[in-house]
Design a protein around this ligand. Sequence first.
Ligand code: RM4
Ligand code: MN
Ligand code: MN
Length: 430
Amino acid sequence: MTQLPLSQERIESLNAQASEALEDDYASLGRQLGRRGVDIDQIKDRVAGFSVAIPSWGSGRGGTRFAKFPIAGEPTNIHEKLEDCAVVQQLSRVTPRVSPHFPWDKVADYGGLREEASELGLGFDAINSNTFQDQAGQPLSYATGSLSANDPAVRAQAVEHNVECIEIGEKLGSDALTVWVGDGTNFPGQQDLARSYDRYLEAAAGIYAALPENWRMLLEHKMYEPAFYSSVIADWGSSILAAQELGEKAQCLVDLGHHAPNTNIEQIVARLHRFGKLGGFHFNDSKYGDDDLDSGSINPHQLFLVFNELVEAELNPRSGFRPAYMIDQSHNVTDPIESLLSSAEAIAGCYAKALLVDRDALHQAQNDNDTMMAFQALRTAYRTDVTPILALARAESGGAIDPIAAYRESGWRARKAQERNVVGLGAGIV
Ligand code: RM4
Ligand code: MN
Ligand code: MN
């Protein structure tokens, strides 16, 4: 039996107060879209079918390299993280799965954890391994690398951890492993750039060999941090070459925050899709060097352009299109539940806007070399306020018309501050 964390009655009574205004806005937008030949209900149905996973660590406050400021009532273990994720899902209705991170989310009984999640209305998405930190009691250190380490015993330990993640994932009902390594160097000459990649490939093949039939291995690239001179999997080039070398079940995962400023990420999406290697997405935003700001908070237009490519890819699946979508954010200044709600809305909103692009007009203008009309096809969709579509889709599936207001009204965090253990370092990342 599902045990939702917030009072469903309360959400509905708040919705009742806002529903007249929403219907009015929805009808007006419906007329506007109708004039463009778009059926608003069809867009709403597509939005209702959209979902994005929440990272378990995103339920805690992250930090910078300088400090971390946890808030009272933050989750301190996977059980509490699941509860907070369930709040996000209950209000937003677009985040039905959690992407866990091991060993951070380790428990003794994974069958029990799966049940616990399902009672909260949640399932599990891609499993994230962690060979970028040393854990207490771990025999060998990752200080000089993990999958690309010089020492074969360190590489073997890193492979073994990833294989254990797959085994845990099978118990949780997942079907993908996301591998991000912090391996790299801070000094020119510190490592041989070619040989470290060779070692990575060899170790990654050991993980690949342990993948069950229906599983995928998602390789996540990141330009820098923690390595500041060279990273072994720094860019989509290194990533796709590794994925091609490993085999069909290996694909690339694009984290929006892991590129140099001004990189054309939407073009990377198109390229990866062209070669059947677009496996997943980590949504967040970034301005300078941070990779975990709230999705759409800095550059919503980029998020829209990425979704424009994703919708193109969905319509033209070539050898398949089934990207694992996940939010990947964790930072210092907001209640993480509010940030996740805001990001979920930004992501679903950009998906909706991308659906509004008049594709025939766009393709025609492209063929005719009519640059301005091609641009206008995108611009018209981008400037449409899709809020009523998102709100109605949410309300119709039991979510809140105004998720952040409903969350604040619920007093959830204050209640948890009474019930939960003192935070310590918290669940977020530093
Ligand atoms: C990394 C990367 C990974 C995530 C860790 C916590 O920057 O984005 O996806 O597992 O952070
Ligand atoms: Mn990521
Ligand atoms: Mn990151």
